[in-house]
Design a protein around this ligand. Structure first.
Ligand code: CA
Length: 252
């Protein structure tokens, strides 16, 4: 690792707490390690300092091809990836990491503020992005959120074939085309996508989409499914009806 440095800080991991505390005698200890792939050394200095203060260990690479080599060698909790790298471009680094089966959450740093670049990164398997210049506090907050999600929290961005859904912001896209969805359509889609390829029982959809005391028309779920099929169109995944049981989402 050319020019690589690491700050090893032993910390106490409390999964129910968003603050990574220092080691306390007798407690379980674990090092959460982050890989930064970025060529702007003054920016890296600032990021390292913020992360070390927050209790993370940091490795740094300026070269994307070398970063791809070292990524599987450590149990990284997060990869921070700059898009504007010399040599191999960041988007290509991202694509190769995911193609190699790397499942580590990836936070993209980009000077490119254009929506299409962000969408492309999300489609390639990025988990979040920050546009430069950014505030260090925001960076640290995003890092903590991604590391926390990596510890058994659901992926905030669901994918099924060409369909992408961020349920928290009700943003859905097929390829690069945004979908306009109502709140309950998002809820139905979220459940089907998080169980893609598996049967979701109709009763489960009803209980998760509607509140306990809400009156539900007998064909309400059928109506939402019909609308979703129409919106997903020929390019999106299909929603199959399993007669008498429920529904199943599949990539085409
Ligand atoms: Ca750069």
């Amino acid at each position: 690792m050319g020019g690589a440095q690491s700050f090893d800080v032993v910390i106490h991991l409390n999964l129910h707490c968003s603050v990574w505390q220092r080691h306390e005698p007798g407690s379980r200890t674990i090092v959460l390690r982050i890989l930064i792939i970025e060529d702007d050394t003054s920016l890296v200095r600032g990021l390292k300092k913020a992360l070390a203060t927050a209790g993370f260990a940091v490795d740094h690479e300026t070269n994307g091809a070398e970063a791809i080599e070292i990524a599987p060698s450590e149990a990284y909790s997060l990869i921070v990836l700059d898009l504007g790298l010399p040599g191999l471009p960041g988007q290509e680094v991202l694509r190769r990491l995911r193609n190699n089966g790397c499942e580590v959450p990836i936070l993209i740093l980009t000077a490119l503020g254009e929506v299409k670049d962000k969408v492309k990164c999300l489609n390639l398997g990025a988990d979040d992005y920050l546009t430069k210049p950014f505030d260090l506090d925001e960076f640290e907050a995003r890092v903590r959120a991604l590391v926390r999600r990596g510890k058994g929290r659901p992926d905030p961005i669901l994918r099924c074939g060409s369909l992408l859904l961020e349920a928290s912001s009700a943003t859905a896209m097929i390829g690069e085309k945004p979908l306009s969805l109502r709140r309950r359509e998002v809820a139905v889609l979220e459940i089907l996508m998080s169980h893609a390829g598996r049967l979701v029982r109709k009763e489960r959809l009803i209980s998760e989409v509607f509140g306990f005391d809400e009156p539900v028309a007998p064909n309400a779920i059928e109506l939402y499914i019909a609308r979703l099929r129409q919106k997903l169109g020929p390019d999106g995944p299909t929603i199959k009806t399993v007669r008498g049981l429920g529904y199943l989402m599949e990539d085409r």
